[in-house]
Design a protein around this ligand. Structure first.
Ligand code: HEM
Length: 132
């Protein structure tokens, strides 16, 4: 493995992993603020899964955050997944190869174009969870 290869992989991870995770977490906490009951359930589940005690330090807490504990956090998983459904960090339709001129969202794609189409309208939102 060359230094340049290692540099490219590292940069790829930083670029691909930074804004996606940051935006998703921002939406997740926004949704928890809008839905306090869900917030309570998440906190309860994390407390139980980790076996948290009163006056525990952040270091002690992070040591208990094992894969086994994470496996027990199904409600947290569902909440994160729902956040991703409502606010996808990468709302994309995968690679396309157009074999004949095609009209998508008032845009005509000529034949033989290929690439990705990014468009928020592709993510299916229902407004119920945002309405409170
Ligand atoms: C909420 C967080 C994330 C979302 C929604 C997300 C979404 C995606 C999606 C949809 C793709 C496929 C793109 C395509 O098909 O062209 C992708 C690819 C990729 N992601 Fe993420 N990602 C997230 C977090 C991360 C993190 C944390 C890392 C790295 C630390 C990462 C690294 C990558 C890499 C390297 C690829 C390219 C894989 C390949 O070569 O096919 N992503 N991501």
């Amino acid at each position: 493995m060359t230094d340049q290869y290692l540099r490219d992989i590292t940069l790829n991870f930083i670029i691909a992993g930074k804004d996606t995770s940051a935006n998703t977490l921002a939406w997740f906490f926004y949704m928890l603020c809008k839905h306090p009951l869900v917030q309570e359930k998440v906190v309860k589940e994390v407390r139980e899964a980790v076996g948290i005690k009163e006056s525990m330090s952040a270091d002690e807490f992070s040591k208990l955050m094992t894969e086994e504990a994470l496996d027990k956090m199904q409600y947290l998983h569902a909440s994160l997944t729902e956040t991703l459904r409502l606010y996808p960090a990468v709302p994309l339709v995968k690679y396309l190869t157009i074999v004949s001129p095609t009209n998508i969202n008032s845009q005509t794609l000529s034949s033989c174009s290929s690439g990705k189409i990014f468009d928020n309208s592709f993510s299916h939102k229902h407004k119920l969870s945002d309405s409170k």
